[in-house]
Design a protein around this ligand. Structure first.
Ligand code: GAR
Length: 191
């Protein structure tokens, strides 16, 4: 039976879209469940388009083991990919899915990570510091923000004329290029 991937996302879900497409008709795994803590997040529209179960969960439901664990079990989830999910993952979930929760971060961790460092804030900080390079990081999730073991990073050169929006675009391109492939490698490694 193919592996079952759940995606947690809070926003547009362009990374989720890449992951869904990568695993469509894929022998190894498929995306079975998309959970968002924002009722209006575009990622839930994407779920609908792909006929994947998409659900809004309140932050309280995300933090409730008696709610979340049976839901993940119902969909036989054995891998969780965070794709622009902006809440801390509770300890019970880290324990229930050891080395089975991945996150993507739009910078070269350990730089520009931690609480409050997400999305455009990261790119603004990189811009403010006149960085010549940025990039993306895929890492295992533990119960701290952005601190789990790093699995993969890729870099992109920045130019002095690059605005935070241009930096964001360059980094997002890298994210789309790598995330699904790295998820696939981790699933294979866990088998
Ligand atoms: C991505 O750039 C992702 O790296 C970032 O949010 C964006 C979501 O975009 N995640 C974080 O900042 C987590 N700390 P998407 O919804 O289009 O995939």
């Amino acid at each position: 039976m193919p592996h079952s991937i759940a995606i947690f996302a809070s926003g547009s879900g362009s990374n989720a879209e890449q992951i869904i497409q990568h695993f469509t008709d894929h022998p190894l795994a498929k995306v079975t469940l998309i959970l968002s803590n924002k009722a209006e997040a575009y990622v839930l529209t994407r779920a609908k388009k792909h006929k994947i179960e998409g659900r809004y969960l309140s932050n309280a439901e995300f933090k409730d083991p008696d709610y979340l664990l049976p839901l993940l079990k119902e969909y036989q989830v054995d891998m969780i990919a965070l794709a622009g999910y902006l809440q801390l993952i509770p300890e019970f979930l880290v324990q229930a899915f050891p080395k089975r929760i991945l996150n993507i971060h739009p910078a070269l961790l350990p730089q520009y990570g931690g609480k409050g460092m997400y999305g455009s804030r990261v790119h603004q900080a990189v811009f403010n510091n006149y960085e010549k390079v940025s990039g993306m990081t895929i890492h295992y999730v533990d119960a701290e923000y952005d601190e789990g073991q790093i699995i993969f990073q890729d870099k992109v050169a920045l130019h002095s004329a690059d605005t935070p929006d241009i930096i964001a675009k360059k980094v997002l391109e890298l994210e789309h290029k790598h995330y699904a492939r790295v998820i696939e490698e981790v699933i294979k490694g866990n088998e």
